[in-house]
Design a protein around this ligand. Structure first.
Ligand code: SF4
Ligand code: ZN
Length: 308
């Protein structure tokens, strides 16, 4: 491999096709960390003194996010930010157990507090049971699971009195969400994709995604280069999601046309910004069953539980 384009000293180990740069290990790692730091500042994601709850699944993205935030917070100790890892146990036999251990060990290594909550303890049902009970219903595994996970992370973050929930969604995730909303005719939801955080629960907590401008495969490479241990096992219920098809579609396009994902992301951000600014101020209702904030009379969690 040629010499690193950035430092002009070390031999490169990574070719960034979309920018034409060759990067050595040090410059590659730094590029990811500084991209996350710039994204946080560009969208005012985290303020001084904020306690940040990071949703950590045990996969490469969330453990890398935990590592990067820990590093950034340690570089600026006077900012008074705190970090806590929150992990949700969906109750998927043979899949979740390994990752719970990985998260526990990694948090101990980084000296970060961690909190685990399960679907079973919060909703009285786990994913394995939900998959059996939903047999006659037309609801996909990931849409049930995503609905439960969002609520579970909110509750976990409230329990640890966090100001911010940070999740490791990357650029690929955002593009998939954009297309899914488009295909489903959910145009209003596209406004929610814009990375600037909005306060979203009773407690005024905000949700941020510091990796939103980074390619998924670069985060995977980052985790490998930093020797971050992550779960490689895939969820047995994963393939029901249209996300899998969209991921393959975008990866194929990117292979043939480097940079196309980034261009699509930029267009998507512009569209979501316009839609966000045209959204009427939200008039949150309370769910008539669980009393949490909801857009309708019954929230999505209670609706999902009622059809199981
Ligand atoms: Fe849940 Fe789908 Fe993720 Fe499996 S792949 S953990 S079902 S959201
Ligand atoms: Zn409810």
């Amino acid at each position: 491999m040629p010499c690193c384009t950035k430092c002009q000293k070390e031999e490169s180990l990574y070719y960034r096709a979309y920018s034409g740069e060759y990067l050595c290990k040090k410059c590659f790692l730094r590029s990811i960390e500084s991209k996350a730091a710039k994204t946080i500042s560009k969208y005012s994601m985290i303020e001084y003194g904020d306690k940040v709850a990071v949703g950590v699944s045990g996969g490469k993205d969330s453990l890398s996010l935990l590592y990067v935030l820990k590093m950034l917070f340690d570089q600026h100790p006077n900012n008074g930010n705190e970090l806590v890892a929150v992990t949700i146990d969906e109750g998927i036999k043979g899949y979740r157990d390994e990752s719970l251990q990985i998260v526990k060990d990694f948090c101990a290594q980084l000296n970060i507090e961690s909190k685990v909550l399960s679907y079973q303890s919060l909703f009285g049902i786990d994913m394995d049971q939900a998959m059996v009970q939903r047999s006659s219903q037309k609801i996909s595994s990931c849409s049930m699971c995503g609905t439960f996970r969002r609520r579970a992370i909110d509750i976990a973050a409230e329990t640890v009195e966090a100001d911010i929930v940070a999740t490791a969604h990357n650029m690929d995730d955002q593009l998939q969400t954009f297309i899914i909303n488009l295909l489903a005719g959910d145009v209003e939801r596209i406004g929610w994709i814009y990375p600037e955080p909005v306060q979203y629960t009773q407690t005024g907590m905000k949700k941020v995604k510091p990796f939103v401008e980074i390619y998924e495969y670069e985060i995977a490479f980052y985790a490998l280069q930093r020797d971050i241990p992550f779960q490689s096992e895939e969820c047995p219920y994963m393939n029901e999601s249209i996300r899998t098809d969209l991921r393959e579609f975008f990866n194929r396009l990117e292979r043939d046309h480097p940079g196309i994902k980034y261009n699509a992301y930029r267009s998507m951000t512009k569209i979501s910004k316009v839609l966000r600014s045209s959204m009427p101020p939200s008039q949150p209702n309370k769910c008539s069953i669980c009393a949490r904030v909801s857009t309708g009379d019954v929230c999505s969690v209670c609706r999902t539980l009622s059809i199981l």
